[in-house]
Design a protein. Structure first.
Lengths: 344, 333
């Protein structure tokens, strides 16, 4: 469905520059109209016709799963906004600095009425180059926002030295190597880099190689062997870029060039997200099943999984299955072993 | 695809088409005049003499509307509560913070209620307000005693606006409650939930009722004449819960009628007989007799989803409206 209205979620810790980015989006001469859902209504100056105040009400679903939540206010507001369909091209949700992006994202998967008419485009996180390191130590929300992001603006780079910038970038990559990272000042960025990303479109899941190797030619597979035995917070250099492993938030990627057995894979992934759902922030994957000429793609937010056949494998394409997880204290060994048992 | 129902008795040819000119979000009758609430700004009146006229009543989206047959009360994203009768409209209230008016309800003796965010308001002789623990999901007046049921997160509250000493009664049930309705005899409160299910309370002893099995969130529900059945959307069948015994639907199965491939989007119960009009996601409207499941086709499938249905008080006119701005009045007299 192409007529679904795209929704961009803008997160970031207090003072990182969310509002600057939002005002930039609204004021540039792009000819597009945005409906904006903000918190702290009335406190920040936003010059836009369609601004709605939200309450950030996180509601648990009545299914016994504590990580299965929706933003109740968004369910209501999006329903109301869609009555004015045609008056705007896209919706931007600005969250408070302390917000967890997961309930916002889950709302689009859980509420059918929302999912039928709007689609989540991307989670964009604005991070403060000067203060992010500190926030990663003392604010779990800041770490969640980095881990959850599809696009990260490392903002206010003019306030730090080159060495400090490398350091904070490496910290971000230690948590989330998959997001697109842009270094900005005053949130100055081409809008195409933050809007219209289709990051939650199953057809666009493909690009799940770690982005931090972009422009570098060595072959370091991140997320290998994330057992319990690696040192925390060690930095090691590869081609000039430091690698950090965050104390509790990691990503891991798994690969197999042998086809998987769908009758083993689906029960395994369901069971995994049932048990580890609260810790798994996001996952996505491309799968090659035995006897199946179609690529299968999936993504997940905590316990919610969404997947479908995407297209036939091309003749010259390597039939390889790849999965990535971003989460907290991921049981690396268990996940790796479980995945290997899914090989047909 | 839906069954074509080519053999079904049809009253489609008795339809008078109405060009609503915008997505229809509500349908009501003021006497024999069908009134369609649009997603934005206006009401469209389809007069019995064939005339159509449009009245702009809000400065933006119309988020909610309700009618008691004498007037229509609506809430908008312009922060206004508007009351409209056959000839004119006036603003009943304006939210001081320009908050959206999310829900409206009409009660006995001309009482009106509305909500903006967490605050519920009533206007009878004088305005009063109540702060709910979370955003109000739905409002419904009890038939007697000037009491308002307010659905919210983790339950509902029964509020007596005129009894400032009486503490509001809290009815607990975990989860997000998004809509509220009271049975015509005032014995049962039923809420629609964020999950695809309903929750009910028998008010005399607060006995819980869980009504589940839906494919989607229930967006539309209504009581049949005399409150014998609660008809609901949210499934590929019209689902009717029995409420004619003292226990309500507890321990009973619902009646499932009029199956079709697309889901039932909206229901409207005939004011006098045990007949329900059901509007489907493919544009079909069926009149369904509960007794034997007999169906009459009132609108053919193949169009945009039906989003609003209403019966005239005499049960001879059925108004329907659709997401694409199509609308009609079927004359069964």
């Amino acid at each position: 469905m192409t007529d679904k209205i795209p929704v961009t979620v803008l997160t970031g810790y207090l003072g990182a520059g969310k509002t600057t980015l939002l005002n930039r989006i609204l004021s540039e001469p792009h000819g597009k109209k945005y409906a904006v859902i903000v918190n702290e209504f009335g406190e920040i100056g936003i010059d836009n016709d369609l601004v709605v105040g939200a309450d950030e009400e996180v509601f648990e679903m009545n299914n016994g799963c504590i990580c299965c939540t929706v933003r109740g206010d968004l369910v209501r507001i999006l329903d109301g906004l869609m009555r004015r369909k045609g008056k705007f091209d896209a919706i931007i949700v600005e969250t408070t600095g302390l917000a967890d992006p997961a309930p916002v994202a889950q709302t689009f998967f859980i509420d059918e009425n929302v999912g039928r008419r709007t689609k989540l485009d991307a989670v964009v996180t604005v991070a403060d180059a000067k203060w992010l390191n500190e926030r990663l130590k003392d604010a779990p929300e800041a770490k969640n926002q980095i881990a959850f992001a599809d696009v990260i603006l490392l903002n206010k780079t003019d306030l730090v030295s080159a060495a400090e910038l490398d350091e904070v970038e490496a910290r971000i990559r230690g948590i989330n190597p998959y997001a697109r990272l842009h270094k900005t000042q005053r949130a100055r960025i081409p809008l195409g880099e933050v809007l219209g990303r289709n990051a939650f479109d199953l057809d666009r899941i493909l690009d799940i190689e770690p982005a931090f190797l972009e422009g570098e030619d060595h072959d370091h597979e991140h997320g290998h062997d994330h057992g319990d035995d690696h040192d925390h917070h060690h930095a090691h250099h590869h081609g000039g870029l430091k690698h950090y492993h965050d104390e509790d938030m990691q990503s891991m990627s798994l690969k197999s060039d042998k086809p998987l057995d769908p009758d083993k894979f689906f029960p395994w992934i369901q069971d995994l997200v049932q048990k580890e759902g609260p810790n798994i922030l996001r996952c996505k994957g491309i799968l090659a099943f035995k006897g199946d000429d179609q690529r299968f793609v999936f993504q997940g937010v905590h316990m919610i999984l969404d997947g479908d056949h995407q297209r036939p494998w091309n003749k010259d394409e390597k039939r390889e299955s790849r999965i990535v997880f971003i989460g907290r204290n991921l049981p690396g060994k268990t996940i790796t072993e479980g995945f290997e048992r899914c090989i047909a | 695809m839906s069954e074509t129902r080519s053999d079904t008795v049809s009253v489609v040819e008795r339809t008078r088409a109405v060009a609503a000119g915008g997505a229809v979000v509500g349908a009501h009758f003021l006497g024999r005049t069908a009134v369609f609430a649009l997603g934005e700004e206006a009401l469209v009146f389809a007069e019995p003499d064939g005339e159509e006229r449009r009245m702009t009543i809000h400065g933006g989206a119309i988020l909610a509307s309700a009618s008691d047959g004498a007037r229509i009360v609506s809430g908008g994203d312009d922060g206004k509560v508007v009351t409209t009768d056959i000839g004119s409209s006036r603003v009943l209230a304006t939210d001081p913070n320009s908050r959206w008016i999310d829900h409206v309800a009409l009660g006995p003796d001309g009482a009106a209620a509305w909500s903006a965010g967490k605050t519920a308001f009533v206007q009878a002789k004088e305005p009063r307000q109540f702060e709910a623990p979370s955003t109000v999901g739905g409002l419904a007046f009890l038939p007697k005693g000037f009491r308002l049921a307010i659905a919210h997160y983790n339950g509902a509250t029964l509020w007596f606006p005129n009894a400032s000493q009486a503490a509001p009664e809290r009815l607990e049930w975990k989860g997000s409650h998004l809509g509220a309705t009271i049975s015509p005899d005032g014995r049962f409160l039923v809420t629609t939930m964020q999950e695809p299910m309903l929750h009910g309370w028998r008010l005399i002893d607060r006995q819980h009722m869980r009504m589940s099995g839906y494919a989607a969130r229930v967006m539309s529900l209504g009581w049949t004449a005399g409150g014998r059945w609660l008809a609901t959307s949210g499934s590929t069948q019209l689902i009717l819960w029995p409420f004619h015994t003292k226990d309500g639907p507890t321990g009973k199965q619902p009646r499932l009628l009029a199956p079709a491939e697309p889901r039932v989007e909206v229901v409207a119960c005939h004011p006098k007989q045990d007949i329900v009009a059901a509007g489907y996601g493919d544009g079909m409207v069926l009149l369904v007799r509960i007794e034997d499941g007999a169906e009459i086709l009132a609108k053919r499938p193949g169009d945009a989803p039906v989003t609003a249905l209403a019966w005239s008080a005499d049960g001879l006119l059925l108004a329907w409206g659709a997401e694409d701005g199509a609308a009609g009045v079927v004359n069964l007299g």
